[in-house]
Ligand binder design. Sequence first.
Ligand code: DX5
Ligand code: ZN
Length: 221
Amino acid sequence: MTVRIAPSVLSADLGRLKEQLAAAEQGGAEWVHVDVMDGRFVPNLTFGAPLIRALRKLTALPIDVHLMVLEPEHFIDEYADAGAAVFTFHPEATVHVQRQLARVRERGMRAGLALNPASPLGLVEEVVEDLDLLLIMSVNPGFGGQRYIEAATDKIRRARALLQSRGSAATIEVDGGITADTIRAPWSAGADTFVAGTAVFGEADPAEAVRRLKRACGTAV
Ligand code: DX5
Ligand code: ZN
């Protein structure tokens, strides 16, 4: 397994987005993570499809969209058209989860489900075959800069075992509080994709910050 870093634009300086993305890419970042919040599913309001369209022109990296919104099904077509590569939503936010996962794939995006710290793995058990990605939240979503919740590590271990037992090669992504100090535990537990906002864009040198995260996993860069 190789480490994949997905810097979150939530923590970027939007006035210097192009420059900041270029730095992250130069440091070896594989994806760009975009946190879409609706002020209802989470207590914060952020971006929508216009930012995805703008990012498409600024970077060649795949755009990893994390929807923290109620009824994410209304956005599948719009985000596919905007150029999203990954479409991840929370299972509690919609009624017909399996149908929406299938629609995401039909539109050529990777289909992901995200689990809040209190949400059990059982919420995805019946749809493992429909998943390309499982996002384990290691903070309660809504804001950047929070502290990694240690219990996420064991959940990742159980998530990897679940996927393996079902023959799934889905990606396990972890989101929240990832730093050079916290990344090692979820990596060892079986996560392969790491969202990092503050730890990349909160640093003066985002390229070096991405390298530092990879080094912390023991991956030479
Ligand atoms: C939290 C978001 C995260 C956020 C992570 O609600 O889902 O993607 O950007 O920020 P850091 O890395 O600062 O915890
Ligand atoms: Zn996120």
